[in-house]
Ligand binder design. Structure first.
Ligand code: ADP
Ligand code: MG
Length: 483
């Protein structure tokens, strides 16, 4: 049995589908030449088209189309050779035209699928219903002036992809995993930066509840949720609210709601509009968008390796666990870093160093992979010294700390500090002999059956060798000289 919520009347199942708005990475806007970058001075990136001046004509930006197709391919989705732009009419202060150009009946991308992974390792497919292109709106600001609202149109006309999922999601955890997976794929593709704090990705969360085995019941849509954590909270809070309603003998009304993050609850915003409220019709200023098979093949041939494929390749090529491969492919930059370290080396040792000491150092210093605390080349150099037995694993930890502090390469540190491993068996034998002589009482105890003392002798010998003894040789010598 999957995730259920317990009510007075028994168990309830959660049903959820997400509509994700993802801002397209492009130089200019969907239908104008104005810059699309985030963060410019208010109204510094606005063309006459974006401002809705009479007589201005939209011209489709080919790069935005390519980005939508790349994204569709990354979601294993059907690419529609024919799609069309429609006007979605509504009145709002930040929408100068009085309509948003969107795609309604004929989206550029059709059905696809995304694989998510749950905490317990279960994999599940979530269906994609469609992906369409549309314009973003401007931004109303209410805090600049005591008596007026002001409008910034920099965002007006920037290309958005709306990615709609099937109602396949069954728990807050699945909703979170799905959103994270979409964000990861878009980042790999370079089609959206996935930055939810800056609003370049946001989700409308549709939630209903039902008794297991029933048909779907009425849903509510929670608008513009802007973090993975809030999406997960919103699903649960909304499901609990609906269960309480049903169990009180009331109806859930289809409506648009807001998630109040301070209170951890959803509240009503407006009753849900239907498609006909928007009076959709084909935009007469734009021809249908017709793609050639060749263009799609071109874009497809240049797609990067995507997270699922990379993860499976890492397992096969480097012999690391599925879990570790997941951690190491979380971000493209992470995967590149690991591969630089692992290539031509002991790849499992590389995985354990990258996910262990290296991650710990990153977290401690708050560094990013663009500016890592130790470069991939330097970390690789350290692994080489372990693999060719120049240093042992114990000393390697110290060398690593020293690398973090000094920025020097491992071999330089080992040379100046004289940290080479002791492999000279006569030196090791001498150290063992003196340890045994100093601890004659313990030797007697050992011989009368106290096996645990073996580790003590090894430890003492290592100490005598300043930590630099070759562990295998030290073990062997202690065993030989004791017996
Ligand atoms: P609309 O166009 O009115 O927003 P859609 O049919 O396109 O409606 O669905 C929007 C989203 O709602 C989709 O992500 C879909 O998966 C989800 N959804 C549809 N029915 C339900 C339901 N009964 N419970 C939860 N989510 C649903
Ligand atoms: Mg919708």
């Amino acid at each position: 049995m999957g995730y259920v919520l317990e009510g007075k009347s028994g168990n309830w199942e959660v049903v959820c589908g997400l509509e994700i708005h993802a801002q397209v990475i492009s130089e200019s806007k969907l239908f104008s030449g104005a810059r699309a970058a985030y963060g410019g001075a208010p109204n510094s990136q606005v063309s006459f088209v974006d401002a809705g001046f009479p007589g201005m004509l939209p011209v489709i930006n080919r790069e935005c189309v390519a980005q939508a197709v790349r994204t569709g391919l990354g979601l294993a989705a059907q690419i529609n050779l024919f799609s069309r732009f429609d006007r979605k009419n509504y009145f709002y202060a930040d929408l100068p035209n009085g309509y948003q150009i969107s795609q309604f009946a004929h989206p550029i991308v059709g059905t696809g699928t995304v694989e998510i992974e749950l905490q317990d390792g279960t994999l599940k497919n979530i269906g994609i219903t469609r992906l369409h292109l549309e314009q973003d709106a401007g931004k109303s600001m209410h805090e600049q002036h005591p008596g007026k609202s002001v409008i910034d149109l920099n965002r007006a006309g920037v290309a958005l992809m709306e990615i709609v999922s099937e109602p396949d999601i069954r728990s807050p955890e699945e909703a979170g995993a799905y959103l994270r997976k979409i964000r990861q794929i878009l980042r790999y593709l370079g089609t959206c930066d996935g930055n939810m704090e800056e609003g370049s990705m946001r989700a409308d969360v549709n939630v209903s509840v039902r008794k297991p085995g029933e048909d779907f019941r009425t849903r509510c849509e929670i608008k513009n949720v802007n973090s993975v954590r809030f999406v997960m909270h919103a699903v649960e809070a909304e499901a609990l609210r609906q269960i309480a309603l049903w169990e009180a003998g009331e109806e859930v009304r289809q409506e648009t709601r807001l998630y109040d993050q301070a209170r951890g609850e959803t509240r009503s915003m407006r009753s849900k509009e239907d498609a006909h409220d928007y009076r959709y019709f084909p935009d007469p200023d734009l021809l249908p968008l017709v793609l050639a098979e060749d263009d799609i093949a071109q874009w497809k041939s240049k797609l990067p390796e995507l997270p699922d494929a990379k993860r499976r390749r890492f397992c096969a090529e480097y012999g690391i666990s599925f879990y570790d491969a997941g951690v190491l492919t979380a971000e493209q930059a992470m995967a590149d870093f690991y591969e630089t370290v692992a290539r031509g080396r002991d790849a499992r040792l590389a995985a354990s160093w990258v996910t262990g000491d290296f991650f710990a150092a990153m977290n401690r210093s708050g560094a990013t992979l663009e500016n890592p605390p130790v470069s991939a080349a330097h970390l690789g150099g350290l692994l080489d010294l372990i693999s060719d037995a120049t240093i042992n694993g114990r000393i390697a930890k110290d060398v690593f700390e020293e690398m973090l502090e000094s920025g020097k390469a491992a071999d330089a540190i080992v040379a100046t500090k004289g940290l080479r491993q002791v492999t000279d068996t006569s030196a090791i034998d001498a150290a063992v002999a003196s340890v045994l002589a100093l601890n004659a009482d313990k030797v007697t105890e050992y011989k009368s059956g106290k096996d645990k003392l073996f580790g003590f002798f090894v430890g003492q010998v290592m100490k005598a060798l300043a930590g630099k003894g070759n562990p295998a040789l030290v073990n062997e010598a202690v065993k030989r000289l004791l017996g």
